[in-house]
Design a protein around this ligand. Structure first.
Ligand code: F0G
Length: 360
């Protein structure tokens, strides 16, 4: 039996669909190729006959979908001779930029909202050696500053306004279709800047245009209700949510995302913080999949729309889980407080703790 070809990242896998040359030096950490996990238990729990898959993007090298876009953005930045990249971030983009810059041997400058990024993401940006600039303002203010500063300094912006980011991220849709051998009926995502929903739609349309599949999903974007400009129909100035990754009031892909909604026949909806955290815990406890709060927004919204019948029985649904649960240990532990048992270090005490907590 010959050995299987080693997986070397998404640019190599999809190079004929991406803007690279034969001699382009690839900056890769083996990103992409993430599992599409079929939910076994949750459809029964909500009493609906649906096929739900989660695309577990938390298993990318830095723990979020950002790596798909970052591998291409940094590859192109290096190809163009850039020595430094810059981004504003709610955390995951900064972690990814920091790692890929380290890999490429260039500098990453990251602007993050003071005190409002999850612990794991901050640890990543610092550990990978990025220059971390905390600003006394939110992501939207950081994004504005990044755009302004890039006009005066020799730095390449690697936020999703960099077109290579979306090109890289469209490969998630390719992987889903490669695996399902068609597009799903519905694709549900959490929406912040709306880059990812736009990138997925690009990927679905590309395969359909090239006749690789003959369908495309209805695209559904869910926001946290304290940070829901697509629901308000206008920018939101002081966004708030426990899902700090999507604490964004001025989405950068505003027009593109409205187009995605219209072209795919989809919709936007919003979830409360309580719904988001409940979905995160439900998934962790019933399927063994741990995602960060922002990611659970896709599942929270999808479950509500499945229960109401807006997403009909018999549908095939993909929910993107954008980031790993370990990114935000504080929120996870806070939710599960009281579920730890402390006993004396002796046999009787441990035996009781087990017998008292045995499930039927
Ligand atoms: N989920 C997670 C875990 C994210 O980190 C983000 C965005 C989104 C969803 C939303 O994706 O912006 O393409 O609609 N995080 C960015 C960051 C803003 O800085 O890490 P989007």
């Amino acid at each position: 039996m010959p050995f299987r070809t080693r997986y070397t990242g998404l640019i190599n896998k999809y190079r004929d669909r991406l803007p690279v040359h034969d001699d382009t030096r690839l900056i890769s950490l083996g990103e992409g190729n993430t599992p599409l996990i079929r939910l076994n238990n949750i459809p029964g729990l909500i009493g609906k006959d649906v096929d739900i898959y989660v695309k577990y993007e938390g298993l990318n090298p830095t723990g979020s979908f950002k790596d798909r876009g970052m591998t291409l953005a940094v590859t192109k930045a290096v190809e163009e001779g850039s020595r430094a990249i810059i981004c504003a971030s709610t955390g995951n983009t900064s972690a990814s930029a920091a790692a890929y810059a380290a890999r490429a041997g260039i500098t990453a400058f990251v602007l993050i909202p003071d005190g409002k990024i999850a612990l794991g993401k901050l640890a990543q940006a610092m550990m990978h050696g990025a220059v971390v600039i905390q600003i006394k303002g939110n992501f939207d203010a950081g994004m504005q500053l990044v755009k302004e500063v890039a006009e005066h300094a020799p730095v390449t912006i690697v936020n999703s306004i960099n077109p290579f980011r979306l090109q890289g991220q469209k490969t998630a849709a390719f992987e889903i279709m490669d695996e399902l051998e068609s597009a799903p009926d519905y694709h549900c995502l959490p929406v912040g800047n709306a880059g990812n929903i736009t990138a997925h739609w690009m990927g679905y349309c590309e395969y359909r245009e090239h006749g690789i599949v003959n369908n495309a999903p209805v695209m559904v974007g869910y926001q946290a209700n304290g940070s829901a400009p697509f629901l308000r129909g206008k920018m939101v100035d002081n966004p708030e949510t426990v899902a700090t990754a999507i604490r964004i009031g001025h989405p950068q892909s505003w027009e593109k995302a409205w187009k995605v909604k219209d072209e795919s026949g989809g919709w936007f909806d919003e979830c409360s913080d309580d719904e988001i955290l409940a979905a995160q815990k439900m998934l962790a406890q019933n399927e063994g999949v741990f995602c960060e709060p922002a990611s659970a927004t896709s599942l929270a919204g999808a479950l509500r729309d499945i229960k109401s019948g807006k997403i009909p029985q018999g549908s095939k649904i993909v929910c993107t889980l954008t980031g790993h649960g370990l990114k935000d240990p504080d929120t996870a532990i806070k939710q599960c407080s009281g579920s730890m048992i402390t006993v004396d270090a002796e046999l009787e005490a441990v035996k009781h703790a087990i017998l008292d907590n045995m499930s039927e």
